[in-house]
Write a new protein. Structure first.
Length: 402
């Protein structure tokens, strides 16, 4: 059997089935000839007691010398303990990002996330991740691929950052599941867009207007007493929308609401006299366990956004979101002089940094107290100066004398 050259390969004729023409100088290097006459350079080796082959290229697309060089490289990898054929097979069978999205939603999101978070994650995957990365192999996604998605959403910085967070979580799990090497998350060093936090708190006058509007809408039959009660409870408790929307009567225990499955875990909500009165005024509906009764029998009110848009328009509060009722509750607590720790407890926060947005309101109360003390001290100083004809210095060079 001669050495593989262009001439020797050109004369190989097809047969009824595949056959191999092996090189005489390099064991394992050969040409595979199909019944249709297709000639493919290949290299063969043994690994783990099995014979494996790697295709190197089609005759005509590469020369015999180029194929021989590739065969040498492949055999060198085998000599180093590698398995080129196995690696190619793993790459071929490796899941794409669509499959990663499916596994992420089925194994992680469905088991660990709240209903609203599940909805947000599914939306992010469907609208942003799958269309741009879906067909790519998980191991082939690069930082630039992720950065491109993030950049496309630059006009919606909040949405862009939420999508980036979803992709980051997915690829962290890809590492856990052995689909990518450790520390290879492609979202690393992709800088988030700056977000301008909204701080919209209702003034006392706006609270009065909203309350009156809620009662008026109920009287007009535009909203039900249960829907109006939901918004009143949001304002009086600082709860999240989902916590009031899915509230069951069984969770109400005297002047306390026990939420078994809040966003941050089980927690208690203390009811004020006003909140307790709102609950007492809401009629219970037979065979419906929910406080905020919906139109579907036995269910809670699914969509509170539509009635809220009508209510806020009637009240002249078009820029107020439902979540701003929670911010208003927290701002009033801060302005009443309560500590950030206490405000965090009232809101069910588990991290101090989440409550930190109300720090400036709490600081204002402290500053007013300091000014009041300063006024008192100033009065004492004035009296002392009048009595003795001298001025008592309160500080020396910016320091305080004790």
């Amino acid at each position: 059997m001669p050495k593989i050259t262009k001439r020797s390969v050109d004369v190989l004729a097809p047969k009824a089935s595949d056959y191999f023409f092996w090189d005489t100088q390099m064991p394992g290097f050969g040409v595979r000839v199909s019944p249709k006459g297709r000639k493919t350079y290949t290299v063969q080796y043994r690994k783990g007691g099995r014979t494996k082959r790697v295709s190197l290229g089609v005759h005509g697309a590469i020369t015999p010398d180029e194929a021989r060089g590739l065969a040498q490289q492949t055999l060198a990898q085998v000599a180093q303990g590698k398995d080129p054929a196995g690696e190619r097979e793993r790459d071929r069978r490796a899941p794409n990002v669509n499959a990663l999205c499916d596994r992420f939603i089925d194994e992680y999101v469905a088991a660990r996330c709240k209903a609203t978070t599940q909805r947000d994650y599914r939306t992010a995957c469907a609208k942003y991740v799958r269309p741009h990365l879906g067909t790519m192999k998980v191991q082939d996604v690069t930082r630039s691929d992720v950065a491109n998605i993030h950049h496309r959403l630059r006009e919606k910085p909040y949405q862009a950052n939420r999508v980036l967070a979803v992709v980051s979580k997915m690829f962290n799990l890809a590492e856990v599941w052995g689909l990518r090497p450790d520390g290879s998350n492609p979202t690393r060093h992709v800088q988030k867009f700056s977000e301008k936090r909204r701080e919209r708190f209702l003034s006392p006058e706006e609270i009065q207007t909203l309350w009156s509007t809620l009662d008026l809408k109920v009287a007009e039959g535009d909203v039900t007493v249960h829907v109006a009660g939901a918004f009143k409870l949001l304002l009086l408790t600082g709860c999240r929308l989902s916590e009031i929307q899915t509230l069951k009567w069984s969770y109400v225990r005297g002047n306390t609401i026990w939420l078994p499955d809040a966003k941050t875990g089980p927690r208690r909500v203390m009811l004020s006299k006003s909140a307790s009165q709102v609950l007492a005024d809401l009629p219970c509906v037979e065979d419906n366990p929910f406080v905020v009764v919906g139109t579907v029998e036995g269910q809670y009110a699914i969509n509170l956004q539509k009635p809220w848009r009508r209510i806020r328009k009637a009240a002249g509060l078009d820029d107020v979101r439902i979540h701003d009722l929670r911010h208003t509750y927290a701002s009033l607590a801060a302005m009443a002089g309560h500590s950030l720790h206490m405000i965090g407890n009232l809101l069910g926060h588990t991290q101090a940094q989440t409550t930190a947005r109300y720090a400036h309101l709490a600081d204002a109360v402290t500053r007013n107290a300091a000014d009041e003390v300063d006024t008192l001290i100033g009065g004492f100083v004035s009296e002392a100066s009048t009595s003795h004809g001298t001025v008592i210095p309160l500080s020396n060079g910016g320091g305080t004398n004790v």
